[in-house]
Design a protein around this ligand. Structure first.
Ligand code: SF4
Length: 262
C-alpha cells in the first residue's frame, strides 16, 4: 500500500504530552491556513510504500511508547492510516492522531476498529462563526480552496462529539497567531462555542503559542509569537467558559493553568 509521505521524527517528546512518540508527517490537507508552518506538505506528492514507515516504527520501538500521525491532514489518507495504525498496534504502540476535524467518518472508523488512543483536534476559530473559520482556513485569502466553511464547522463539531461519546482521550487546541487569530474576543468566542458543544464533558483545551516565521502567507512571517504571559491572559479569558485549560509554549512546554495563581 502507498502513502503520500512527508517526513518523520524518530523520537519526540513534544507531540504527545507525557509520551515519547515517533511522529509521521503525511502530505495533503483540504485547508490552506495562511499561517500553516508545514505548507511544503500541502502541494507536492511523494508516494512511498507503507513498509518504509513500518520499518521506521520498528526502529524507534525500543525508545518510544506511541506513534503520532500528523501532517498535513493524516485522515485524508484513510486506508494508509488504518493500515499503519494497525501495524503500530501489533507492535504494541499507542496511536495518536493530529487532525483538523474535517473527516469525522474516518475518525469513527478508527475508533470502531480500536486503532486509536488519542485524538488532537484543531479548533481554529469559533465553532459558531463560519466566517471566522473561513478566514482561519484560508477561504478568504486563497481562491483555490473549495470547501464550504459552514460544512467545515459542522464536521469539526461532529468530530469532537464523536470522540467525547466514545470516551477516547481528546485534546482540543487553538494555535494563537497575533493579529490573525486569537484576540481576547476571539478566544472568548471559541471557548464559549466549545462550552456550548461539550457542556459538562470538559475536554482538555490547549492554547498553543503559534509561530509564523515559516507561514505560508509571506505577510504573516514577521509576526511575533505571543509570550507565555500573554497566553496566560488568554487562558484567563477562556476560563469564563472552560475549566481544563493548558498553555503550550516553546519556553515552558505544556502547562496546566492554575487559575488561583494567574
Ligand atoms: S495548519 Fe491548516 S493547512 Fe496546515 S496542515 Fe494544518 S490544517 Fe492543513
Amino acid at each position: 500500500m502507498k502513502v503520500n509521505y512527508g517526513s518523520s521524527v524518530p523520537i519526540s517528546t513534544v507531540d504527545w504530552h507525557g509520551k515519547v512518540s515517533i511522529v509521521f508527517f503525511l502530505r495533503g490537507c483540504p485547508y490552506l491556513c495562511p499561517y500553516c508552518q508545514n505548507h511544503e506538505l500541502l502541494f507536492e506528492s511523494n508516494l512511498v510504500d507503507t513498509s518504509l514507515l513500518e520499518a521506521e516504527m520498528k526502529k524507534s520501538r525500543p525508545f518510544v511508547s506511541s506513534v503520532v500521525f500528523s501532517g498535513g491532514e493524516p485522515l485524508m489518507q484513510k486506508d494508509a492510516v488504518m493500515h499503519l495504525a494497525g501495524f503500530a498496534k501489533k507492535i504494541g504502540l499507542l496511536v495518536g492522531i493530529h487532525t483538523n476535524g474535517y473527516y469525522p467518518h474516518v475518525m469513527a472508523e478508527l475508533m470502531e476498529k480500536g486503532l486509536v488512543d488519542k485524538f488532537f483536534i484543531d479548533v481554529k476559530a469559533p465553532l459558531d462563526d463560519a466566517q471566522k473559520y473561513a478566514k482561519a482556513i484560508g477561504c478568504i485569502d486563497y481562491n483555490d480552496i473549495h470547501i464550504d466553511p459552514q460544512n467545515v464547522v459542522e464536521r469539526v463539531c461532529e468530530s469532537i462529539n464523536l470522540v467525547l461519546e466514545k470516551d477516547i482521550e481528546l485534546e482540543l487546541r487553538t494555535t494563537i497567531i497575533r493579529d490573525f487569530m486569537g484576540s481576547p474576543d476571539e478566544v472568548s468566542e471559541i471557548s464559549k462555542s466549545l462550552n456550548e458543544l461539550t457542556g459538562s464533558r470538559e475536554p482538555v483545551y490547549v492554547l498553543q503559542q503559534g509561530f509564523a516565521e515559516n507561514a505560508m502567507m509571506e505577510s504573516l512571517r514577521g509576526i511575533k509569537p505571543l509570550s507565555r504571559d500573554e497566553l496566560l491572559e488568554l487562558a484567563d479569558v477562556a476560563h469564563k467558559f472552560l475549566n481544563n485549560i493548558y498553555v503550550r509554549t516553546k519556553e515552558k512546554g505544556n502547562e496546566k493553568v492554575n487559575f488561583e495563581s494567574v
